[in-house]
Design a protein around this ligand. Sequence first.
Ligand code: NOJ
Length: 978
Amino acid sequence: MRTSTQPLSSWLALLCALFSLFSLGVAVKENDFKKCHQSGFCKRNRDYADKAVTQGSSWQAPYTIVPSDASFNDGLFHATILKTIDDKGATVELPLTVSFHKSGTARVTVDEKRRQEKDIELRHGSQARKERYNEAEKWAIVGGTTVDVDAKVSHSGEAGIKIQYGPNSAFEANIKYNPYSIEFKRDGSTQLKLNDRGLMNLEHWRPKVDKPAAEEKKEGEENTEENKEESSVEPAGEDESTWWDESFGGNTDSKPRGPESVALDITFFGYEHVYGIPEHAGPLSLKETRGGEGAYSEPYRLYNSDVFEYILDSPMTLYGAIPLMQAHKKDSTVAVFWLNAAETWIDITKSKESLNPLHLGKAKTNTQTHWISESGLMDLFVFLGPTPGDISKAFGELTGTTAMPQEFSIGYHQCRWNYVSDDDVKEVDRKMDRHQIPYDVIWLDIEYTEEKKYFTWDKDMFRDPISMGQQLDAHGRKLVVIVDPHIKNTGSYPVIDELKANGLAVKNKEGKDFEGWCWPGSSMWVDCFNPSAIKWWKSLFQYDRFKGTMENTWLWNDMNEPSVFNGPEVTMPKDNLHYGSWEHRDVHNINGLTFHNATYEALLSRKKGELRRPFALTRSFYAGSQRVGAMWTGDNQANWEHLGASIPMILNQGVSGFPFAGADVGGFFGNPEAELQSRWYQAGAFYPFFRGHAHIDARRREPYLLPEPYREIVTSALRLRYSLIPSWYTAFHEAHQNGSPIIRPMYWTHPNNEGSFGIDNQFFVGSTGILVKPVLEKGKTTEDVYIPDDEVYYNYFSYQKMPTAKGKTLTIEAPIESIPVLMQGGHIFPRRDIPRRSVQLMRFDDYTLVVAVGKDGKAVGQLYADDGDSFDYQNGEYIHRTFRLEGSKIISTDDDGREKSAKQGDWLKNMQEVAIDKIIIVGAPSSWANKKEVQLETEGTQSTVKLEYFEGDTNRGAFAVIGRVGARIGADWTIDLA
Ligand code: NOJ
């Protein structure tokens, strides 16, 4: 008995130990990052909010404007907000500017006079700047701030001022003086209000004064030795335990300026849904954060971090930050952009307005938000919509739109940590070809370098990088190599020598080069806030300097939050110093953007006379990063939950202005089973950025390694992506033009359909009408697709017409080999149907047009094409067509009034030969059944083209094929079906 039970108990003990280790592991990772109560300024502001709520109507917000001091001229309102800081009525002055822009946005900026005048003392002999950080706009804002001199005062008095602005003066800002608040209206109805609940809090500068040691320590204090000697002169009752030096996880932040947070509450009236503020792994429609059923108990956090193995359905911070929040209700969308680069927390609560008993209908929900940043200006932009498209456009105008991509970069990317040698790369390339699996880019992770020294190659494993690049180039393929911002601190490495000699590294609080730990061991970080650092960074990428790279080598920027393994919360100490003596605290969330930007600039200038669109992927980002490249969602896991989480995360990127986004297909950590991997490729085929990636410990999983039928399934998903490249590229162009998302959530496309607002697992691709609901669960063979309107919908593959189902779901068969994809009637979209190995090889292939006939018998769609590589499109070197099915005609016209005299370069000349091959008309009326030919008129000639009509049956919907059309893609043409 004894002998038989012993092994079992030890086995159980081992299991328990493993279990606790595992749970400890996960918990420890989460605990590596602060909760609000561990972040002094967040706790203080939440406590402040609680106090206001407890006091209810007796709460007196201490911020007022002196009317005599306020002025409005030429679109700018200036005043001073006085903050009362004690019962004796002492105040501090906070200069306020409200600017009204031609673009229809309004900007509200609050500064601190004493800091503007540098009239403060820094503790610990710090060399940091004395002002509040006022350069976030330098990195984030590119336009849309021309002041609207037509903005006018509609009322002004002792209590406040009302200013009308925006299109047809339909917007109004109602600035109240005591207490200070601003209400924004559109067409007379209130949309949102700043300081509605009186939670505004700008922690002004104050000196820290020593007090007898006995009086110091407050409850919950985690202070340094030094701090125990001091205390402050603030009014009694104030808890100053987190004002000064603050510690977390064994690191102490010296906070030379003491407490300096900025916080503001913003209420969205009548808005039940808020979206945005990426990056978080949670639903698109943001949750409440103050506890209760279905709510988080922590605020959403924005503090770019290397969150290894992130948890799902969480407000925890991730790698990037875009502090743009949109509020949405039927018929209206408004938004706020909080321009602050410091650590930020956002609380969200929703309150139902009590129903007036005489008022029929639904109780109105208001969404209340509370924005809390550690330092910097209080600086925000207000957008009054009224549509989600208006917000995307205005935000694009402000922070820039997504760059026109290298066309190859919307193909498939094959990555892993790591392809171990140049031979390995060549072999993967050959195998992809052998199995006829299309791909465009193969990636090299950190192991290609010599000892993680960027700009070098491991000499044993990568003996001949040029021949590797040449093999790829033979089929139009590319290589992406990783270059991170940490530079190995070692001897005989010219890059570190130059970094140090030129003073281009981020500095520690003493002003010496900051040294920390990352992949290479001891490292220093290039400070890309410094223009000289950008200049130097550019020099490193010249082909003759970064030997082994060539025209088809592109870049991957990782770890740019920045990730510092031995730093507080795996990043830099906040009291580190950047160019201009700004503390890291002030600029943290922009740091990743500056590095990505430097790489973009470097790629633009690799060789004199070579001007090509850069491709650079980033992990960390801020508003504006969309101008310089693509992003991915970091280190996810090979499980179904992470596959599911990827869709709302990517949708959120799209509505937040950074739509060139994807997630590691297959999952970074772990080994996906074949079903998961296949479903992930099916979903990934609809990510704007489509890359398979795996951790160094994960088994090899290139698509050709999959057993059948999975290999075929994945290959089909890839082919589907490749055939639709013209439509994807057109969607990218639209995003580039007007800031629109590339994959679009239902609320964005159907802002008036309330059933759409909470949906975040299906989406439309650009303006194609292609509606996708990827299968995200194991073993699932059907999907319920929500239908937001009364248009007709067809199955993408079978052309079957679906029953009308506005506001309901349709169940679509989705066995493992198929993806639930529908086509919304009324659209025409372009494809290229000849299977090829890479996007570049498809460049001059003929097109297929797919027409999904709308319920009114009409359809419309677009094609945008250019050389996919240079900036010649800016000089008219492109083709932009609109296709229309109207009555009995299909017509192709030039889309815009561009100069016809645009100089024809090589690309346009080659496109002369490119034609429409066939037109597939899905939902073709049965009256065409006997039609055999149609008339084509183009470039002054008439011809007859064959039409074949296919009747629908139980497996297939009715359709017609016109082919071979032969009209040139760049020419006007008309097909008469009469
Ligand atoms: C972390 C990145 O998120 C991951 O994609 C990469 O493989 C590793 N760093 C190694 O570079």
